[in-house]
Ligand binder design. Sequence first.
Ligand code: ADP
Ligand code: MG
Length: 351
Amino acid sequence: MVSTVRTKARPTIHEFDLIRALHRRHGRHTPSVIQGIGDDAAVITSRAGQWTVLTTDLLTEGVHFDLRTATLADIGFRAATANLSDIAAMGGTPQYLLISLAIPRTGTRQHVLQLYQGMMAACRPHQVGLIGGDTSASRGGWFLSVTLIGMVPPRKALFRSGARIGDLLYVTGTIGDSLAGLRLLNEPPPNAKRQPGSATFSARHRRYLIGRHLRPAARIAEGQWLSTHRFATSAIDISDGLSGDLRHICEESHVGADLDLGTLPLSPACRAYAASRKLDPVDLALTGGEDYELLFTVSPRQRPQLERTAIERGFSLTCIGKIHPLRFGIQAVSPHGRRHRLANTSYKHFT
Ligand code: ADP
Ligand code: MG
């Protein structure tokens, strides 16, 4: 047991003891890790000829997460998923994790261990090893920076820039769930006074949506499958919202797109939530970030093989639109057949 010295004001975290504890709990040694936690830098071997994929994310308390509605384990899980999802969107295999952390005055050793427990729970299914990081004190809230390193076979990486006119637009899983879950977390508790007219819905739906927000999964297997079979011409993960992330593909590929809103994959729970709050579930799907589903484009020639092998693998995919010339812009057709320009209603950090 590593000792924690308590001062009158707050517990003091012993940085070196903490790092030793993290190393003991999470530092895995695979043959490819020559040096993990414990030296000035980590050293890994890379497989000859493979491309390296690198991504990093900075999460700030109050901007990206709220400790009133999520535990540190949930925050760790989501932070790891956000990075795993970036690697998934490139068609890559995640391998190594580096974590930089600024701990506020109120933060304890137990908090940090919970944070890592959540991060490693998201990473474990993908055999991602923790190989290093940095630790500091914060005069404000928590800061968490996650860096993930992975690999992809040469020339198989999926970029945002590869969409071609005529390609079909697909999305994995269901979208809008995470935003519905976030809204549920921010609502007054079920037994508190409700706004007039807001109906309740099943506890099962509630649990599902909150789970999709707090413990989202990254579509690693789907991304690898799209890249190895060269099914996808472009890909992105839905982290800011469909309307904004589709725009990224269109801008990088210099194309337009037509989205069929009637085909958006909505979960029964998301539909039930929207109905109970008199919202349009399509708005949740267009606006909601953090579903970490993949949005990708496929040549129409590949459609039969894509859909057949998706069923064999148990992957859920939905065709939601088509790529058009740039001058078409980004349009959407409502379930009632009304056509309009798609507004970017995605999450914005600086507003
Ligand atoms: P340096 O002064 O060279 O930055 P540190 O004492 O910060 O060294 O780090 C020592 C070792 O512990 C390094 O291997 C580093 O990667 C690792 N490390 C430090 N902080 C963390 C952390 N928050 N999570 C994981 N590994 C960490
Ligand atoms: Mg350091």
